[in-house]
Design a binder for this molecule. Structure first.
Ligand code: ATP
Ligand code: FE
Length: 347
C-alpha cells in the first residue's frame, strides 16, 4: 500500500508519501514560524490562509519527490482533527478534492493517532506499548493496543511542557522556541541551587500540571532581580537547570506510574519536547527499571509531519476505515473511546 498523507492542523503545512512497509518516500513540511513570530503565538486566521496557499504545493512536491503520480497511490489520509479548525478544513477539503478527482479512497486521521502510531512507522514497534506524547500543545499518556485502541492514562491539567519551556524562555529573555534555548542554558547551570516544586507528585495517578512551575520561575526571577537589580547569566542558567530537572522528574515519575498501571514491553515518546536529552535519559532509566525498551523516533518525525498521518491512514485503512465526502473537520476529537463525548465534536 502507498498513501498520500496531508497535515494542516496547527502551524505546519505538510504532505508525505509513505508505503505500508514503513518506507517514507517523501515528507515535506513547510513551517509558519516566521508568519506568527511577531504575534507571540499562532494566529488561527493567518495559519488557515497559509495552509490554503501552501497545501497544493506541498502535495505536488511530495509526489514529485516520491516520483509517483496519484494513479500509483492506494489512498489519501488527511488529518481531520483535532486542531485549529480553519487549517483542518483546508486539508480535509483538499483531500476530498483529490479523492473525488482520482477515485482514491479517503481516510480521515486523528492527529494524535498520527503521533501515537509513529513508533510503529519508525521502529516497527508491536502493540501494545505506552506512548508519552509531550509537545507544545499536548501532554498525555496513551496505552496503544491497536490502530484504534487507545487508553488515556492521564495528562496535563493545564499547560503542556513545551508551552512551559517556551514561557520560561520568554521570562528569562531567551529566544523562541524556548525548549532548545532552555536546554542549552540548563547544561551550564546548577539544578540544585533553586528548589522548584514537583507539581501533583503527591497526588496519585498520571495527571500532571506545569503552569505552577512557570509561576515559580516568574517569582524566582522577580525576587532575584529585586535583590540584586538584575539577573546574572549564572542565575538564568541555574533557573533553567532547576526548571528542566523539575519537568523531567515529574514526567519520569508519572511515566513510572503509567507503566505500573498498564504494563507494556515498550515505552515510546513523541512530540517536540522529546528532543530534550535530560528528559530522554530520565525516561530511558524509567523504562529500564520497568523492564521495557525505550523508543524515541527521530525528531523530524516526533514533531508535526504528514508521514505519520499517511502511516496512521494505512493502518486505519487496514482495519476497514473508509471515509466519504461527509468526512467532518473536528476542532476537538478525543482519541480515547472511553473519554466523555465532547460537545461540538462532530459525529
Ligand atoms: P502540537 O504538535 O502538540 O500541536 P507543537 O506543534 O507546538 O504542538 P511540537 O512541534 O511537537 O509541538 O514541539 C514544539 C515544542 O517542543 C516547543 O514548545 C519547543 O519549545 C519544545 N522543544 C523543542 N526542543 C526542545 C528541547 N530540546 N527541550 C524541551 N523542549 C523542546
Ligand atoms: Fe502535533
Amino acid at each position: 500500500l502507498t498513501f498520500l498523507g496531508i497535515e494542516s492542523s496547527c502551524d505546519d503545512t505538510a504532505a508525505a508519501v509513505v508505503r505500508g512497509d514503513g518506507t517514507i518516500l517523501a515528507s515535506v513540511v513547510a513551517g509558519q514560524t516566521a508568519l506568527h513570530e511577531n504575534f507571540g503565538g499562532v494566529v488561527p486566521e493567518i495559519a488557515a490562509r497559509a495552509h490554503a496557499e501552501k497545501l497544493d504545493l506541498c502535495v505536488e512536491e511530495a509526489l514529485a519527490t516520491a516520483g509517483l503520480t496519484l494513479a500509483a497511490l492506494d489512498g489519501i489520509a488527511v488529518t481531520a482533527g483535532p486542531g485549529l479548525i480553519g487549517g483542518v478544513l483546508s486539508g480535509v477539503m483538499l483531500a476530498k478534492g483529490i479523492a473525488a478527482g482520482s477515485g482514491l479512497p479517503l481516510v480521515g486521521v486523528n492527529h494524535l493517532a498520527g503521533h501515537a502510531l509513529t513508533p510503529r512507522l519508525t521502529d516497527g514497534v508491536s502493540y501494545p506499548y505506552l506512548m508519552l506524547l509531550v509537545s507544545g500543545g499536548h501532554c498525555q499518556f496513551l496505552h496503544v493496543a491497536g490502530p484504534d485502541r487507545f487508553t488515556r492514562l492521564g495528562g496535563t491539567i493545564d499547560d503542556a511542557p513545551g508551552e512551559a519551556f517556551d514561557k520560561v524562555a520568554k521570562l528569562l529573555g531567551l529566544p523562541q522556541p524556548g525548549g532548545p534555548a532552555v536546554e542549552a542554558a540548563a547544561a551550564r547551570g546548577d539544578a540544585k541551587r533553586f528548589p522548584l516544586p514537583r507539581p501533583l507528585l503527591d497526588k496519585p495517578g498520571c495527571d500532571m500540571s506545569f503552569s505552577g512551575l512557570k509561576t515559580a520561575v516568574l517569582r524566582l526571577r522577580d525576587d532575584l532581580v529585586a535583590r540584586q537589580s538584575g539577573l546574572h547569566e549564572q542565575d538564568r542558567d541555574d533557573i533553567c537547570a532547576a526548571f528542566q530537572a523539575a519537568v523531567a522528574d515529574v514526567l519520569a515519575e508519572k511515566t513510572r506510574r503509567a507503566l505500573a498501571a498498564m504494563p507494556a514491553p515498550v515505552l515510546a515518546v513523541a512530540g517536540g519536547v522529546a528532543a530534550n536529552q535530560r528528559l530522554r535519559a530520565a525516561l530511558q532509566a524509567v523504562a529500564e527499571e520497568a523492564g521495557a525498551s525505550f523508543v524515541a523516533p527521530p525528531l523530524r518525525l516526533c514533531t508535526d509531519n504528514a508521514a505519520m498521518i499517511a502511516w496512521a491512514g494505512i493502518e486505519a485503512f487496514g482495519t476497514g476505515q473508509r471515509d466519504g465526502m461527509d468526512l467532518a473537520a473536528r476542532p476537538r476529537w478525543p482519541l480515547d473511546q472511553n473519554a466523555a463525548p465532547m460537545l461540538g465534536a462532530g459525529k
